[in-house]
Design a protein around this ligand. Structure first.
Ligand SMILES: *Cc1c(COP(=O)(O)O)cnc(C)c1O
Length: 397
Protein backbone atom coordinates (compact mmCIF):
# COMPACT_ATOMS: atom_id res chain seq x y z
CA UNK A 1 0.00 0.00 0.00
CA UNK A 2 2.45 2.71 1.01
CA UNK A 3 3.50 5.27 -1.56
CA UNK A 4 7.00 5.22 -0.08
CA UNK A 5 7.58 1.93 -1.91
CA UNK A 6 7.95 3.88 -5.13
CA UNK A 7 9.92 6.88 -3.83
CA UNK A 8 12.34 8.03 -6.51
CA UNK A 9 13.84 10.97 -8.43
CA UNK A 10 10.38 12.55 -8.75
CA UNK A 11 10.18 13.32 -5.02
CA UNK A 12 13.91 14.08 -4.83
CA UNK A 13 13.56 16.79 -7.48
CA UNK A 14 10.84 18.60 -5.51
CA UNK A 15 12.77 18.25 -2.24
CA UNK A 16 15.89 19.61 -3.90
CA UNK A 17 13.98 22.66 -5.16
CA UNK A 18 13.04 23.47 -1.57
CA UNK A 19 16.53 22.68 -0.28
CA UNK A 20 18.02 25.05 -2.85
CA UNK A 21 16.08 27.97 -1.36
CA UNK A 22 16.33 26.94 2.32
CA UNK A 23 12.78 28.28 2.91
CA UNK A 24 11.07 25.45 4.76
CA UNK A 25 7.92 27.33 5.78
CA UNK A 26 4.80 27.51 3.64
CA UNK A 27 4.00 31.15 4.40
CA UNK A 28 5.96 34.31 3.82
CA UNK A 29 9.63 34.80 2.89
CA UNK A 30 8.58 35.72 -0.65
CA UNK A 31 11.91 37.27 -1.58
CA UNK A 32 13.96 34.23 -0.59
CA UNK A 33 11.96 31.36 -1.96
CA UNK A 34 12.65 31.61 -5.68
CA UNK A 35 8.94 31.16 -6.39
CA UNK A 36 8.80 27.73 -4.73
CA UNK A 37 5.45 27.20 -2.96
CA UNK A 38 5.24 23.45 -2.49
CA UNK A 39 2.27 23.38 -0.10
CA UNK A 40 0.25 25.47 -2.54
CA UNK A 41 1.44 23.31 -5.43
CA UNK A 42 0.24 20.13 -3.70
CA UNK A 43 -3.09 21.74 -2.78
CA UNK A 44 -3.66 22.53 -6.46
CA UNK A 45 -2.78 18.94 -7.33
CA UNK A 46 -5.21 17.62 -4.68
CA UNK A 47 -7.99 19.79 -6.12
CA UNK A 48 -7.24 18.41 -9.57
CA UNK A 49 -7.11 14.80 -8.34
CA UNK A 50 -10.36 15.01 -6.35
CA UNK A 51 -12.38 17.53 -8.32
CA UNK A 52 -12.98 19.80 -5.31
CA UNK A 53 -12.62 23.57 -5.24
CA UNK A 54 -10.60 23.95 -2.04
CA UNK A 55 -7.84 21.90 -0.44
CA UNK A 56 -5.83 22.67 2.67
CA UNK A 57 -2.65 20.72 3.33
CA UNK A 58 -1.80 20.18 7.01
CA UNK A 59 0.70 18.38 9.21
CA UNK A 60 -1.30 15.11 9.52
CA UNK A 61 -4.61 13.39 8.89
CA UNK A 62 -5.36 13.76 12.60
CA UNK A 63 -4.77 17.51 12.32
CA UNK A 64 -7.04 17.56 9.25
CA UNK A 65 -9.91 15.85 11.12
CA UNK A 66 -9.50 18.09 14.16
CA UNK A 67 -9.37 21.24 12.04
CA UNK A 68 -12.34 20.18 9.90
CA UNK A 69 -14.45 19.60 13.02
CA UNK A 70 -13.40 22.96 14.50
CA UNK A 71 -14.18 24.69 11.19
CA UNK A 72 -17.64 23.06 11.17
CA UNK A 73 -18.19 24.65 14.57
CA UNK A 74 -18.30 21.31 16.37
CA UNK A 75 -17.45 21.34 20.08
CA UNK A 76 -18.74 21.11 23.63
CA UNK A 77 -21.84 18.93 23.93
CA UNK A 78 -22.03 18.01 20.23
CA UNK A 79 -22.14 14.36 19.23
CA UNK A 80 -20.24 12.93 16.26
CA UNK A 81 -21.22 9.49 14.96
CA UNK A 82 -18.33 7.30 13.83
CA UNK A 83 -17.62 3.58 13.46
CA UNK A 84 -15.72 1.43 16.01
CA UNK A 85 -13.55 0.04 13.19
CA UNK A 86 -11.17 2.88 12.33
CA UNK A 87 -7.87 4.30 13.49
CA UNK A 88 -7.78 5.89 16.97
CA UNK A 89 -7.24 9.32 15.39
CA UNK A 90 -10.94 9.42 14.46
CA UNK A 91 -12.16 9.54 18.07
CA UNK A 92 -9.11 11.47 19.31
CA UNK A 93 -9.85 14.33 16.92
CA UNK A 94 -13.47 14.48 18.07
CA UNK A 95 -12.47 14.56 21.73
CA UNK A 96 -9.88 17.25 21.05
CA UNK A 97 -12.67 19.64 20.05
CA UNK A 98 -14.61 18.77 23.22
CA UNK A 99 -17.28 16.86 21.29
CA UNK A 100 -18.54 13.37 22.12
CA UNK A 101 -17.59 10.38 19.94
CA UNK A 102 -20.66 8.17 19.50
CA UNK A 103 -19.81 4.88 17.84
CA UNK A 104 -22.34 3.05 15.69
CA UNK A 105 -21.92 -0.45 14.24
CA UNK A 106 -20.37 -1.29 10.90
CA UNK A 107 -21.83 -3.74 8.37
CA UNK A 108 -20.34 -6.03 5.72
CA UNK A 109 -18.92 -3.00 3.88
CA UNK A 110 -16.54 -2.71 6.90
CA UNK A 111 -17.85 0.85 7.20
CA UNK A 112 -20.67 2.61 9.07
CA UNK A 113 -24.03 0.90 8.79
CA UNK A 114 -26.68 3.44 7.71
CA UNK A 115 -29.26 1.61 9.86
CA UNK A 116 -26.98 1.90 12.91
CA UNK A 117 -26.43 5.59 12.20
CA UNK A 118 -30.20 6.21 12.11
CA UNK A 119 -30.49 4.62 15.56
CA UNK A 120 -27.59 6.61 16.99
CA UNK A 121 -28.94 10.05 16.06
CA UNK A 122 -30.02 12.25 19.00
CA UNK A 123 -30.91 15.94 19.24
CA UNK A 124 -27.22 16.57 20.04
CA UNK A 125 -25.86 14.89 16.90
CA UNK A 126 -24.04 17.35 14.67
CA UNK A 127 -21.84 15.28 12.37
CA UNK A 128 -21.79 11.85 10.79
CA UNK A 129 -18.20 10.77 10.18
CA UNK A 130 -17.95 7.63 8.06
CA UNK A 131 -14.48 6.15 7.71
CA UNK A 132 -13.66 4.70 4.29
CA UNK A 133 -11.60 1.86 5.69
CA UNK A 134 -8.87 -0.08 3.93
CA UNK A 135 -9.00 1.87 0.71
CA UNK A 136 -12.69 1.49 -0.12
CA UNK A 137 -16.04 3.14 0.36
CA UNK A 138 -18.82 3.39 2.90
CA UNK A 139 -22.41 3.57 1.62
CA UNK A 140 -21.85 7.25 1.19
CA UNK A 141 -25.00 7.96 -0.85
CA UNK A 142 -27.27 6.58 1.85
CA UNK A 143 -25.30 8.29 4.62
CA UNK A 144 -25.56 11.56 2.74
CA UNK A 145 -29.34 11.19 2.51
CA UNK A 146 -29.53 10.60 6.26
CA UNK A 147 -27.46 13.72 6.88
CA UNK A 148 -29.67 15.80 4.61
CA UNK A 149 -32.86 14.49 6.23
CA UNK A 150 -31.57 15.28 9.75
CA UNK A 151 -29.67 18.46 8.92
CA UNK A 152 -26.29 17.00 9.93
CA UNK A 153 -22.81 17.59 8.53
CA UNK A 154 -21.19 14.74 6.61
CA UNK A 155 -17.44 14.61 7.27
CA UNK A 156 -15.62 11.85 5.43
CA UNK A 157 -12.59 10.31 7.12
CA UNK A 158 -10.99 9.32 3.82
CA UNK A 159 -7.54 9.10 5.39
CA UNK A 160 -7.12 5.57 4.01
CA UNK A 161 -8.93 6.17 0.75
CA UNK A 162 -7.11 8.83 -1.27
CA UNK A 163 -7.57 7.88 -4.93
CA UNK A 164 -10.73 5.82 -4.36
CA UNK A 165 -14.14 6.85 -5.67
CA UNK A 166 -17.86 6.16 -5.45
CA UNK A 167 -19.77 6.22 -8.74
CA UNK A 168 -17.29 8.60 -10.31
CA UNK A 169 -16.91 10.98 -7.35
CA UNK A 170 -13.71 10.82 -5.30
CA UNK A 171 -14.07 9.67 -1.71
CA UNK A 172 -13.54 12.67 0.55
CA UNK A 173 -15.06 15.01 -2.03
CA UNK A 174 -18.67 13.97 -1.44
CA UNK A 175 -19.48 15.22 2.07
CA UNK A 176 -19.42 18.76 3.48
CA UNK A 177 -15.70 18.10 3.94
CA UNK A 178 -13.31 15.19 3.62
CA UNK A 179 -9.94 14.43 5.19
CA UNK A 180 -6.93 12.57 3.85
CA UNK A 181 -3.77 11.36 5.54
CA UNK A 182 -0.38 11.42 3.87
CA UNK A 183 1.47 9.72 6.72
CA UNK A 184 4.25 7.27 5.93
CA UNK A 185 1.93 4.27 5.52
CA UNK A 186 -0.66 5.76 3.21
CA UNK A 187 -0.99 5.37 -0.57
CA UNK A 188 0.43 8.86 -1.08
CA UNK A 189 2.87 10.08 1.56
CA UNK A 190 4.43 13.38 2.56
CA UNK A 191 6.37 11.58 5.30
CA UNK A 192 3.79 13.17 7.59
CA UNK A 193 0.85 15.15 6.27
CA UNK A 194 -2.87 15.41 5.71
CA UNK A 195 -5.48 17.45 3.86
CA UNK A 196 -9.01 18.79 4.11
CA UNK A 197 -11.05 19.14 0.93
CA UNK A 198 -14.35 20.96 0.56
CA UNK A 199 -16.44 22.89 -1.95
CA UNK A 200 -17.56 25.28 0.79
CA UNK A 201 -15.40 28.41 0.61
CA UNK A 202 -16.35 29.64 4.07
CA UNK A 203 -15.50 26.28 5.61
CA UNK A 204 -12.14 26.28 3.80
CA UNK A 205 -11.35 29.78 5.07
CA UNK A 206 -12.21 28.80 8.64
CA UNK A 207 -10.03 25.68 8.42
CA UNK A 208 -7.22 27.74 6.89
CA UNK A 209 -7.33 30.12 9.86
CA UNK A 210 -7.68 27.44 12.53
CA UNK A 211 -4.70 25.41 11.36
CA UNK A 212 -2.38 28.42 11.65
CA UNK A 213 -3.22 30.12 14.98
CA UNK A 214 -6.21 31.92 13.48
CA UNK A 215 -4.13 33.85 10.91
CA UNK A 216 -6.43 35.24 8.23
CA UNK A 217 -3.59 35.09 5.66
CA UNK A 218 -4.67 38.47 4.31
CA UNK A 219 -1.21 39.92 4.14
CA UNK A 220 2.36 39.05 3.20
CA UNK A 221 3.51 40.35 6.56
CA UNK A 222 2.52 37.70 9.11
CA UNK A 223 2.96 40.14 11.94
CA UNK A 224 0.35 42.45 10.42
CA UNK A 225 -2.30 39.79 9.78
CA UNK A 226 -5.57 39.60 11.67
CA UNK A 227 -6.43 36.74 14.04
CA UNK A 228 -10.24 36.64 14.19
CA UNK A 229 -10.12 33.31 16.11
CA UNK A 230 -7.66 31.48 18.30
CA UNK A 231 -6.47 28.38 16.48
CA UNK A 232 -3.59 25.97 16.63
CA UNK A 233 -0.45 25.04 14.75
CA UNK A 234 -1.18 22.22 12.32
CA UNK A 235 0.93 23.62 9.47
CA UNK A 236 2.76 21.43 6.96
CA UNK A 237 6.38 22.21 6.15
CA UNK A 238 7.58 22.83 2.61
CA UNK A 239 9.86 19.78 2.78
CA UNK A 240 6.93 17.49 3.55
CA UNK A 241 4.79 19.16 0.91
CA UNK A 242 7.61 18.63 -1.61
CA UNK A 243 7.52 14.87 -1.00
CA UNK A 244 3.76 14.93 -1.56
CA UNK A 245 4.12 16.92 -4.80
CA UNK A 246 6.24 14.10 -6.19
CA UNK A 247 4.00 11.33 -4.88
CA UNK A 248 0.72 12.76 -6.14
CA UNK A 249 2.07 12.90 -9.70
CA UNK A 250 2.08 9.10 -9.51
CA UNK A 251 -1.34 8.56 -7.89
CA UNK A 252 -3.02 7.14 -11.01
CA UNK A 253 -0.19 4.66 -11.50
CA UNK A 254 -0.25 3.72 -7.81
CA UNK A 255 -3.96 2.87 -7.95
CA UNK A 256 -3.55 1.00 -11.23
CA UNK A 257 -0.76 -1.21 -9.78
CA UNK A 258 -2.79 -1.92 -6.62
CA UNK A 259 -5.81 -2.96 -8.70
CA UNK A 260 -3.75 -5.27 -10.88
CA UNK A 261 -2.14 -6.99 -7.90
CA UNK A 262 -5.37 -7.23 -5.93
CA UNK A 263 -7.22 -8.82 -8.83
CA UNK A 264 -4.73 -11.69 -8.97
CA UNK A 265 -5.12 -12.39 -5.23
CA UNK A 266 -8.90 -12.02 -5.26
CA UNK A 267 -9.37 -14.26 -8.29
CA UNK A 268 -7.33 -16.99 -6.58
CA UNK A 269 -9.19 -16.71 -3.27
CA UNK A 270 -12.59 -16.62 -4.99
CA UNK A 271 -12.14 -20.30 -5.80
CA UNK A 272 -12.07 -21.23 -2.10
CA UNK A 273 -15.51 -22.13 -0.77
CA UNK A 274 -16.17 -20.71 2.68
CA UNK A 275 -14.49 -17.42 1.81
CA UNK A 276 -16.65 -14.35 1.13
CA UNK A 277 -15.53 -10.81 0.44
CA UNK A 278 -16.12 -7.38 1.87
CA UNK A 279 -19.10 -5.76 0.13
CA UNK A 280 -18.00 -2.86 -2.06
CA UNK A 281 -20.80 -0.36 -2.86
CA UNK A 282 -18.88 0.52 -6.04
CA UNK A 283 -16.23 -2.11 -6.85
CA UNK A 284 -14.86 0.04 -9.70
CA UNK A 285 -13.90 2.79 -7.26
CA UNK A 286 -11.79 0.64 -4.93
CA UNK A 287 -8.24 1.94 -4.51
CA UNK A 288 -7.35 -1.71 -3.88
CA UNK A 289 -4.83 -1.12 -1.10
CA UNK A 290 -6.27 -4.12 0.80
CA UNK A 291 -8.06 -7.36 0.03
CA UNK A 292 -10.55 -7.98 2.86
CA UNK A 293 -12.43 -11.25 3.24
CA UNK A 294 -14.65 -13.04 5.73
CA UNK A 295 -14.29 -16.56 7.13
CA UNK A 296 -17.13 -18.56 8.68
CA UNK A 297 -16.07 -18.11 12.32
CA UNK A 298 -13.68 -16.26 14.61
CA UNK A 299 -11.79 -19.47 15.31
CA UNK A 300 -11.19 -20.14 11.62
CA UNK A 301 -10.11 -16.54 11.11
CA UNK A 302 -7.60 -16.84 13.95
CA UNK A 303 -6.26 -20.08 12.48
CA UNK A 304 -6.02 -18.51 9.04
CA UNK A 305 -4.13 -15.49 10.41
CA UNK A 306 -1.67 -17.81 12.14
CA UNK A 307 -1.28 -19.96 9.02
CA UNK A 308 -0.65 -16.86 6.87
CA UNK A 309 2.07 -15.78 9.27
CA UNK A 310 3.70 -19.21 9.23
CA UNK A 311 3.57 -19.20 5.43
CA UNK A 312 5.48 -15.92 5.41
CA UNK A 313 2.60 -13.78 4.11
CA UNK A 314 3.35 -10.42 5.74
CA UNK A 315 0.76 -7.67 5.97
CA UNK A 316 -2.17 -9.98 6.88
CA UNK A 317 -4.38 -8.46 9.57
CA UNK A 318 -6.95 -10.07 11.85
CA UNK A 319 -8.22 -6.72 13.15
CA UNK A 320 -10.08 -8.27 16.08
CA UNK A 321 -6.81 -8.86 17.91
CA UNK A 322 -5.16 -5.66 16.70
CA UNK A 323 -4.62 -2.78 19.14
CA UNK A 324 -5.00 0.08 16.71
CA UNK A 325 -8.02 -0.31 14.53
CA UNK A 326 -10.88 -1.85 16.47
CA UNK A 327 -12.57 -0.87 19.71
CA UNK A 328 -12.06 -4.25 21.36
CA UNK A 329 -8.55 -3.37 22.56
CA UNK A 330 -8.97 0.39 22.96
CA UNK A 331 -8.50 0.25 26.71
CA UNK A 332 -7.41 3.88 26.79
CA UNK A 333 -10.97 4.77 25.81
CA UNK A 334 -12.74 2.02 27.78
CA UNK A 335 -10.83 2.66 31.01
CA UNK A 336 -10.79 6.44 30.41
CA UNK A 337 -7.09 6.79 31.07
CA UNK A 338 -6.96 10.40 29.87
CA UNK A 339 -3.66 12.15 30.41
CA UNK A 340 -5.23 15.37 31.64
CA UNK A 341 -8.58 16.11 33.27
CA UNK A 342 -11.62 16.48 31.02
CA UNK A 343 -14.76 18.41 31.87
CA UNK A 344 -17.13 16.35 33.97
CA UNK A 345 -19.95 17.30 31.61
CA UNK A 346 -18.02 15.70 28.75
CA UNK A 347 -17.25 12.53 30.68
CA UNK A 348 -20.87 12.27 31.80
CA UNK A 349 -22.12 12.69 28.25
CA UNK A 350 -19.72 10.12 26.81
CA UNK A 351 -20.95 6.55 26.36
CA UNK A 352 -19.25 4.09 28.72
CA UNK A 353 -17.29 2.17 26.11
CA UNK A 354 -16.41 -0.60 28.54
CA UNK A 355 -20.12 -1.52 28.40
CA UNK A 356 -21.42 -0.60 24.94
CA UNK A 357 -22.37 -3.66 22.94
CA UNK A 358 -20.97 -3.91 19.42
CA UNK A 359 -22.22 -7.43 18.71
CA UNK A 360 -22.79 -6.76 15.00
CA UNK A 361 -19.33 -5.24 14.50
CA UNK A 362 -17.73 -7.96 16.65
CA UNK A 363 -19.32 -10.64 14.50
CA UNK A 364 -17.93 -9.05 11.34
CA UNK A 365 -14.47 -8.00 12.54
CA UNK A 366 -13.79 -11.28 14.37
CA UNK A 367 -14.19 -13.08 11.00
CA UNK A 368 -12.37 -10.52 8.84
CA UNK A 369 -8.87 -10.82 7.46
CA UNK A 370 -7.30 -8.08 5.36
CA UNK A 371 -4.13 -8.53 3.39
CA UNK A 372 -2.35 -5.39 2.31
CA UNK A 373 -1.43 -5.02 -1.33
CA UNK A 374 2.07 -3.84 -2.13
CA UNK A 375 3.18 -2.08 -5.28
CA UNK A 376 6.78 -3.30 -5.30
CA UNK A 377 5.90 -6.95 -6.00
CA UNK A 378 6.71 -8.50 -9.37
CA UNK A 379 3.88 -10.41 -11.06
CA UNK A 380 5.57 -13.72 -10.10
CA UNK A 381 5.68 -12.58 -6.49
CA UNK A 382 1.97 -11.74 -6.54
CA UNK A 383 1.18 -15.15 -8.08
CA UNK A 384 3.25 -17.10 -5.57
CA UNK A 385 1.67 -15.05 -2.77
CA UNK A 386 -1.78 -15.94 -4.11
CA UNK A 387 -0.88 -19.64 -3.89
CA UNK A 388 0.38 -19.23 -0.31
CA UNK A 389 -2.74 -17.33 0.76
CA UNK A 390 -5.06 -19.91 -0.75
CA UNK A 391 -3.17 -22.77 0.92
CA UNK A 392 -3.10 -21.09 4.34
CA UNK A 393 -6.81 -20.23 4.23
CA UNK A 394 -7.77 -23.71 3.01
CA UNK A 395 -5.76 -25.27 5.86
CA UNK A 396 -7.69 -23.14 8.38
CA UNK A 397 -11.06 -24.10 6.88
C1 LIG B 1 -4.03 7.29 9.13
C2 LIG B 1 -5.40 7.58 9.59
C3 LIG B 1 -5.75 8.75 10.29
C4 LIG B 1 -4.74 9.73 10.80
O1 LIG B 1 -3.81 10.17 9.92
P1 LIG B 1 -2.35 10.63 10.42
O2 LIG B 1 -1.83 11.34 9.22
O3 LIG B 1 -1.57 9.40 10.74
O4 LIG B 1 -2.54 11.54 11.57
C5 LIG B 1 -7.08 8.97 10.57
N1 LIG B 1 -8.04 8.09 10.24
C6 LIG B 1 -7.74 6.94 9.61
C7 LIG B 1 -8.85 6.02 9.24
C8 LIG B 1 -6.42 6.63 9.29
O5 LIG B 1 -6.13 5.47 8.70
Amino acid sequence: MPGFELFDHTERKHIQEVADTGVLMRYGFGGLRNNQWKAREMETAICRATGVQHALLLSSGTAALTTALAALGVGAGDEVILPPFTFVASFESIMTTGAIPVMADIDDTLCLSPAAVRKAITPRTKVVMPVHMCGAMAQIDELQEICKAHNLFLLEDACQAFGASFKGRMLGAIGDAGCYSFDFNKIVTCGEGGAIVTNNKNLYERADMYHDHGHDHSNDDRGAEGHPFPGYNFRISELHAAVGCGQIEKLKRFVEIHRRHKKILKDALSAVSGVTFRRLPDADGDSATFLSFFLPSEEIARKAAAALKTAGVDGAFHWYGNNWHYIRNWNQLKARTFMHPLYKSMLDAMPDYSKVNFAQSDDIISRTISVSIKMGWTEEEVRSRAVKIVEAVKAAL
